[in-house]
Design a protein around this ligand. Structure first.
Ligand SMILES: Nc1ncnc2c1ncn2[C@@H]1O[C@H](COP(=O)(O)OP(=O)(O)OP(=O)(O)O)[C@@H](O)[C@H]1O
Length: 467
């Protein structure tokens, strides 16, 4: 372990029971406070965090490492401080675990400052109101659910609808242009994805301004539960000490909730709705409230949120929605039609989409697009029953526009170039607005729908591509 400490009889305890990751320990002298870091094992390699004090002499804690080899009667030492992670500029370009130890091929970090992973969120007076847009170059996001600079955005979706692809594309489009530092936090996802991301960042040349922290799905629940706090502590250092703007990307915040459920179940707490921990709302709020912009610097966060069984009323999704200023919802239906990115254009929303923030022009185009798509949605039943021919001329025109808008909102990604064969495109907001306006004005009504599929700006449509 990085931290060496003297074993002191007074701070030593004895393990009473080992149940998976849950450890009960007896301390005859000083009972460690909640959140203390304990070490056990032959090389003090097993790290335990105290979660409750059961009585005057017994604590119950969760192990953040494997508990293999630990048995009743083993000695356990209290470090006297909460879990700490290194902070500093030397973290840039490195890949770390929940303890801040390097897991890439480089040299281990030495002589770094350590900081507790537990903090209160900044007071309200320290949070300035801001209302800037964070442009992504992705048409559907910039038009209908613009991200807030210094705000929190969520990418919601069930399994395999493209959350990871979208977050990778965001990294590609914004990290290079971002002036501050970026922090990627992988919680409970596949290790393969972490390795791929590391390689992609290296190839794109953005690694030196990025810190990557991982607690992936093969790690114990305690590590997955605390990795978000570890990453956030590093982000807070860059925001508060270095006064920089931080871009915090989290994949996947649901896995943090899931790890909390596992920890709570192992601790013997009674589950609440849908089997989640009774403290779901406060656990999530404790993490989310720390992700904020202060007078020192900003943290712009984009979080992938897995939605179990595509059920958006699942407590994990409902509680996460409430913390975000932008929600990008991914739809399985659009993915099944091959309309990637599979963003649900009607259900995605942003608090930024208001005339004083985005301007009248953007707002009006976005509203007109939404209205056209909503009308088309209403007409779908009639079309299925009676056919397109039975619609009035005006309704047929609406369908024509909506289908073209739906196709125009697809976009080839840089991160999917290898398997789609389409060259990636970055589209400016002006180009997106121009394209939508021209489609709404029926300029492309006789152009085939295919001509608008997987293109960047509207300038790519050739007038010869008629139906
Ligand atoms: N923009 C896109 N263009 C083309 N294909 C895409 C796009 N987005 C997603 N896909 C397809 O969907 C698959 C699943 O995407 P991804 O791994 O991002 O899903 P996910 O929502 O993160 O899934 P999981 O919850 O399993 O991690 C990709 O491997 C790819 O085939």
């Amino acid at each position: 372990m990085q931290q060496k400490f003297l074993t002191n009889e007074l701070n030593q305890g004895t393990i009473l029971s080992v149940r998976g990751s849950v450890i009960d320990a007896y301390f005859p002298h000083h009972l460690p406070p909640v959140q203390s870091e304990l070490h056990a094992g032959d090389d003090q390699e097993i790290v335990i965090e105290v979660l409750t004090q059961l009585n005057n002499h017994t604590i119950r804690g969760i192990a953040l490492t494997s508990t293999r080899g630990l048995s009743r009667g083993s000695k356990v030492n209290n470090t006297g401080h909460p879990l700490k992670v290194p902070v500093g500029r030397e973290l840039l370009g490195r890949m770390l675990n929940v303890f801040g130890q390097t897991i890439d091929v480089g040299k281990p970090l030495e002589n770094t400052n350590l900081r507790s992973i537990h903090h209160d969120s900044p007071a309200l007076v320290e949070r300035p109101p801001r209302s800037d847009i964070f442009k992504t170059g992705i048409k559907a996001i910039d038009l209908l659910s613009p991200l807030e600079r210094g705000g929190k955005a969520g990418l919601f979706g069930g399994a395999g609808v493209g959350k990871t692809v979208l977050i990778t594309e965001l990294i590609h489009n914004v990290v290079g242009a971002h002036k501050g530092v970026s922090l990627f936090c992988g919680i409970g996802e596949r290790c393969r994805e972490a390795e791929e991301l590391y390689r992609e960042m290296k190839e794109a040349g953005v690694l030196e301004n990025t810190v990557m922290v991982f607690g992936q799905m093969n790690e114990p629940p305690g590590a997955r539960y605390r990795v978000g706090h570890a990453a956030l502590t590093m982000a807070e250092y860059f925001r508060d000490d270095q006064r920089q703007d931080v871009l915090l990307l989290i994949d996947n915040i649901f896995r943090f909730i899931q790890a909390g459920t596992e920890v709570s179940g192992l601790m013997g707490e009674l589950p609440s709705r849908v089997g989640y921990q009774p403290t779901l709302a406060s656990d999530l709020a404790e993490l989310e409230e720390r992700i904020c912009t202060t007078t020192n610097g900003s943290i712009t966060s984009v979080q992938a949120v897995y939605v179990p069984a595509d059920d958006f009323t699942d407590p994990s999704a409902v509680h996460t929605f409430a913390h975000l200023s932008t929600s990008v919802v991914l739809s399985r239906k659009r993915a099944s039609e091959g309309l990637y990115p599979a963003i649900d254009l009607l259900n995605s929303s942003s608090k930024m989409l208001m005339p004083p923030i985005v301007g009248d022009h953007h707002y009006q185009v976005a509203q007109a697009v939404r209205e056209t798509l909503a009308n088309y949605e209403d007409l779908k039943d009639i079309i299925a029953m009676l056919g397109l021919e039975e619609l009035s001329r005006e309704d047929r025109r609406t369908v024509n526009r909506a289908r073209r808008l739906e196709r125009f909102m697809t976009q080839p990604f840089f991160s999917t170039e290898q398997f789609t064969g389409y060259e990636g495109k970055f589209v400016s907001l002006e180009e997106t607005l121009d394209g939508c306006e021209r489609i709404l004005n029926d300029e492309f009504h006789d152009v085939s729908e295919r001509a608008l599929y997987m293109i960047g700006s509207i300038a790519e449509v050739k007038k010869s591509d008629t139906k």
